[in-house]
Design a protein around this ligand. Structure first.
Ligand SMILES: NC(=O)c1ccc[n+]([C@@H]2O[C@H](COP(=O)([O-])OP(=O)(O)OC[C@H]3O[C@@H](n4cnc5c(N)ncnc54)[C@H](OP(=O)(O)O)[C@@H]3O)[C@@H](O)[C@H]2O)c1
Length: 267
């Protein structure tokens, strides 16, 4: 019997690449996004929902469970980024960031867990980021949303041990997806930070546009899902970015912070 996968954010980027690869691997794939209408006729079954809107998620999960009776894998992937200085960020944008990247994951987890516990096991994959392991300038609330995903995943993993539900976190580095174009600058008024912000944002975008392809991440995740005992987390990134994570762990905070600041053009 094909394993049933539910993945959020499948209309572009990672979600699109992952859902296509898992469908060709033989999984029964259901994908959520806001812009696609419900459609069960294709190789990937489409569900329309907004991860920040609990009733729409409950409807989508109910539609899946009516058809399949189980959900073996949840991949929490839908997300976006706001950008701007912490001082200038608007309340509305901060809420959008946390509601999408953090509460969106929580909402999905709460919606699928009753079925996952009842069926006696499953896997939850939370897509975090290298930004969930180190704060990034002018992406403070994005990093905060991913740090929150990291903490949530650690706690959840222990709570779900008795129910045989595994929790795996993946931490991608820079990839070139629609994420860059969809990023929302917060508060575009001229402020004390404007010149530095523009300079740093262009470096962030340069890194992303030169980043890896989402298909690379999809292939890595497909392998992870085949493991009987997957690790708690996987960094999926270039060697340079993996090295940055190691440096963050071993260097004094002040030294690491000055290396990272200089990478982003901040003196
Ligand atoms: N690209 C990178 O370099 C990178 C690096 C590290 C981590 N990540 C993380 O990877 C994940 C996927 O990002 P991506 O790069 O693939 O970006 P993307 O190409 O912009 O895709 C984002 C997906 O999320 C969906 N989405 C956004 N808000 C949603 C909502 N409220 N409800 C339902 N779906 C929603 C979008 O679909 P609709 O607009 O149709 O709803 C879209 O399918 C995110 O969690 C991101 O933080 C990305």
């Amino acid at each position: 019997m094909a394993k049933v996968v539910l993945i959020t954010g499948i209309s572009s980027g990672f979600g699109k690449a992952i859902s296509e690869l898992l469908a060709s691997d033989g999984y029964s794939v259901y994908g959520i996004s806001r812009r696609q209408k419900e459609d069960f006729t294709g190789k990937i079954k489409l569900l329309q929902a907004d991860v920040t809107d609990v009733p729409s998620i409950k409807n989508a999960v109910a539609a899946l469970l009516t058809r399949e009776g189980r959900v073996d894998i949840l991949i929490n992937n839908a997300g976006m980024g706001i950008t701007g200085s912490i001082e200038d960020s608007t309340q509305e944008d901060i809420e959008l960031q946390m509601n999408t990247n953090f509460m969106g994951y929580v909402n999905m987890i709460q919606a699928v867990l009753p079925a996952m516990r009842a069926q006696g096991g499953a896997t939850i994959v939370n897509v975090s980021s290298i930004g969930g392991l180190m704060g990034l300038p002018y992406q403070g609330f994005y990093a905060a949303s991913k740090f929150a995903v990291e903490g949530l995943s650690e706690s959840l993993r222990m709570e779900l041990l008795p129910y045989k539900v595994k929790v795996v976190v993946i931490q991608p580095g820079d990839f070139y997806t629609s994420f860059t174009a969809n990023r929302k600058p917060t508060n575009t008024k001229d402020t004390a930070y404007s010149d530095q912000f523009k300079k740093t944002l262009s470096l962030i975008e340069k890194d992303e546009k030169g980043g890896l392809k989402p298909e690379f991440l999809a292939r890595k995740l497909s392998k992870i899902l085949k493991k009987k005992n997957p690790c708690h987390s996987y960094i999926i990134a270039t060697l340079e970015q993996k090295f940055a994570v190691v440096l963050k762990r071993i260097l004094p905070g002040s030294l690491f912070s000055s290396i990272l600041s200089s990478h982003y053009g901040i003196k």
